[in-house]
Ligand binder design. Structure first.
Ligand code: FES
Length: 166
């Protein structure tokens, strides 16, 4: 079962309507859209602007400012690597290099097969066990390059098509 719903203007309108009378509604409305669709579709911008009485530029500005508000659908697995100080001091830079090389993508990109999206994060609250990584909301500590590969292999298996039996 997909983690996120396919984009639907009707569903987006219903979500945004829940925030219509809330002050400071834009951020919670964007978060709600992100939870539902996994990204903020460009088509959501005029819906948000109209419902919350904002300019499209205001909405676009907030989406651009917060890197969590991705505007394209993520891969089947969301991989977040911590780039904050404690993790840096424990060698996260080499883990970053390994991750980007292993997946052959940069920050914010998705692998060609749609399996993994790689995102930076600045502290996962797991500093004592750095370097820290989060995959599909699951937190991992003291992640070496070898462990990183094993975690991703395990996540990939969870979405692999079942083998056909003759
Ligand atoms: S600095 Fe990486 S988990 Fe806190």
């Amino acid at each position: 079962m997909p983690r996120f719903a396919a984009w639907s203007a009707e569903r987006a309108r219903a979500i945004i309507d829940d925030y219509r009378d809330t002050s400071g509604a834009l951020l919670p409305a964007l978060h709600a859209l992100l939870v539902e669709f996994g990204h903020i579709a460009p088509e959501a911008i005029p819906l948000l602007a109209e419902a919350l009485t904002l300019s499209r530029a205001d909405v676009q500005g907030v989406i651009t400012f917060y890197h969590d508000f991705r505007t394209t659908p993520p891969g089947r697995h969301l991989v977040k690597l911590c780039r904050a100080e404690a993790c840096q001091s424990m060698g996260s830079a080499s883990l970053e290099d390994h991750a980007r090389h292993h997946l052959a993508i940069g920050w914010g990109e998705t692998t060609e097969d749609g399996e993994f999206t790689l995102e930076p994060v600045f502290c996962l609250g797991n500093c004592a066990l750095s370097p820290a990584v989060m995959v599909d909301g699951e937190l991992y500590g003291r992640v070496s390059p070898e462990r990183f590969d094993a975690i991703l292999a395990s996540a990939g298996q969870s979405t692999a098509a079942p083998e056909q039996t003759p």
